[in-house]
Design a protein around this ligand. Sequence first.
Ligand code: WT7
Length: 634
Amino acid sequence: MNKLQIRTLEQYYEKYAQSVSDPEAFWEDVANEFRWMKRWDKVLEWNFTEPSIRWFKGATLNITENMLDRHVSIRGDKQALIWEPNDPHGKTVSYSYSELLDAVCVFANTLKSQGVKKGDRVCIYMPMIPELAIAVMACARIGAIHSVVFAGFSANALADRIEDAQAKLIITADGLNRGAKQIPLKRVVDEALEHVSCVERVIVFDCLGWQPAMKTGRDIWWQDAVEGESKVCEAEPMDAEDPLFILYTSGSTGKPKGVVHTCGGYMVYTAYSFLNVYQYEEKDVFWCTADIGWITGHSYIVYGPLLCGATTVMFEGIPTYPDAGRFWEVIDKYGVNQFLTAPTAIRSLMAFGEDHVLSYSLNSLKIIGTVGEPINEEAWNWYHLHVGKGRCPVVDNWWQTETGGIMISGIGDISPLKPTFAGYPLPGIQPVLLNQEGREIEGADEEGYLCVKFPWPSILRTTYGDHERCRVTYFSHYDGYYFTGDGAKRDENGMYRIIGRVDDVINVSGHRFGTAEIENAINMSNLVIESAVVGYPHPVKGQSIYAFVVCEQEVPEDKQIQARGEIVETVVAEIGKIAVPEKIQFVSGLPKTRSGKIMRRILRKIAEGDTSNLGDTSTLLDPFVVDEIVENAL
Ligand code: WT7
């Protein structure tokens, strides 16, 4: 694998040029470093019109063989996974590569015994405990398609995802630890299952020693189910283009869609990007603080690091428990060398002052990363100075659930640093900036729509059960391009700066929501006729949600707190706490065009507190609603 590492800026330019002039030869070289059961007949076959994208056509492999078996003979006793519990005095759990292979095989056999077959969908709704990673890999081992749902989603959101994927089995736990709180999970699963009928089995990991109700014939304890299962489980031969997993993500319209990633390309790209962006060396300890419920956790806690034979840290808790020094304490405890977190976490820790971070040495750190949302200059500087002590490069990783792996980023300590700029495209990635007319912008310092004009191995293949939706969402805006939904700028050296979403997607603390999705949830409240939500800048969360709500009856001042409470409750029930609007303003009407389209541009300005120039409002159906909204803005 080390052969794949770029070591100098010159090498980066050389590799990049090669990856563009002959992408097939380039990716074939990379793919040669993995274990395949059968080699490919063709490296790449593609078009962006259907779209149809096939990497390593005709090849078979199993990704877990590459993550586990392949390493056992050379680094079997090396720590593969280190787990840090929520409670700082709790017991650390660690798995060597050999132990992890055994655990994955035992659970893979368990899944088989519970009736799971290749191609079946398995929904995983779990705490951040090692068993989550084990469950993910056990699915991959037998060719079941995992769909991990973040354990902060509500019963309704979970039910939608189970239903859409037609999952047959669910893996969950009695409950989870999150800072000082404990959250029931099994109860949420029970509630979700009242609405769906495809689920035959629920495996429940006993995490907290609670005794939730178990439904006879459906529910079984993990600890009982694994009893007597063998440590040997042949890896299922998978076609390179067989689905590996589904991960639901929000877009500007409709319900969240299931992004589908496939075995071969995802393997090649997550490993390649991990190795290069983090310049991983054999003895390093890598820590990504994301939750495995999001793509970052899939690609850079589980798949990427283990494919590279790395030691990966998994953390159950939160950055501020028991205090705002927790991240730094854990870095010193394990001698973490590469650290990856989100801007929102950095900003929230900044607010607690420097003392927490200054009491730890952080000497082991070499490279520190940020991911999930644009990072502002102040947070970048704080991170660089206090965490990186001015000596560790900050790598800003731009990518998406749909891209599977990091696309634009600093590359270890090789590429130049420029605060708020994500950096260069990785080899194999061909980004472009398009103008309104869909023409490529060549010059520097101009803003455009960020698109990609050539496939890379971990590009999404479809949206589960609805290929047309995949085409319309990502491949129909501009002919021949994958559209990211982001706006970006490029400087004279070819470095990219991501500006943020140009569609109706809001990024709250690195979590993505569609405005339509939140509006639908708000509209479920009996009080509400219609609503419009927009994002507005928030000092810690990046963006926050502002809802303009029209109610059946005017809500008098003294009833507003109660009405807000009801709306919040509805959003919590429909999506989860993470999607609750920070501000809810009751309005008598929404600014709409004559054709009925909500003018979000105006609402966005009002939410930002910038009402000096709302632009032309004369085309609105009722221009006077704007005055009223401005007057009562929160
Ligand atoms: C959206 C993707 C990448 C995995 C976590 C989020 C925004 C992501 C950055 C960054 C600026 C970023 C984009 C993107 N985003 N990383 N480094 N700088 N913006 O994955 O939920 O699929 O969200 O997050 O807007 O489109 P996601």
